[in-house]
Design a protein around this ligand. Sequence first.
Ligand SMILES: [Zn+2]
Length: 209
Amino acid sequence: MKLICAVLLLLALCNVCFAEGFSSSAIDDEIFARIKGKSYKDNCPVPLEDLRYLRVLHVGFDGQTHEGEMICNTSIAEDLLDIFQKLYEAGYQIEKIRLVDEYDADDELSMRDNNSSCFNFRFISHTTTISKHGLGLAVDINTLYNPYVKMVDGKFNLEPATAGDYVDRSRDFPHKIDENDLCYKLFTEHGFEWGGNWKSVKDYQHFEK
Ligand SMILES: [Zn+2]
């Protein structure tokens, strides 16, 4: 009888976990096997213990509920769970939340696919500074619609390169992040900085802490 009760209790608890759909856990062997040599490169200075594996629910561009997964720094895991839960409850549309490892940790490919992600050990493009993504402290949202725009050696540079339709931010279009956007409000409430507010470059998809 005790065993049956224990099993039922366990099942009930699991159901609660699944129903909520938002969880944070350590990087176990299975997850590590997926990221090793990809987003978690051999020279990565971040100890695995400092990273968390998140599962979140999100509303896709089809209006349906989807499961997303994300790896972030432990220090922002609680922030992200709260932010993604509020976005989900508000019906905020995020097309894809996949590990960048599904794109072989190629940020350009991930962005072209409009993927939203966080941890990816890398340097800021065209520099030798470790990106906040390399520390798991930055999140990119709906990346195709919210590109990273800057000048490199006097030349206009766009990431992803396919985001030309979304460079003009005075234009109105779906999934555009600006200061009226719920993503902007929630991330800044949690103490994140928005790349769209930077002066020298504009990174409209990017929130970092
Ligand atoms: Zn970013």
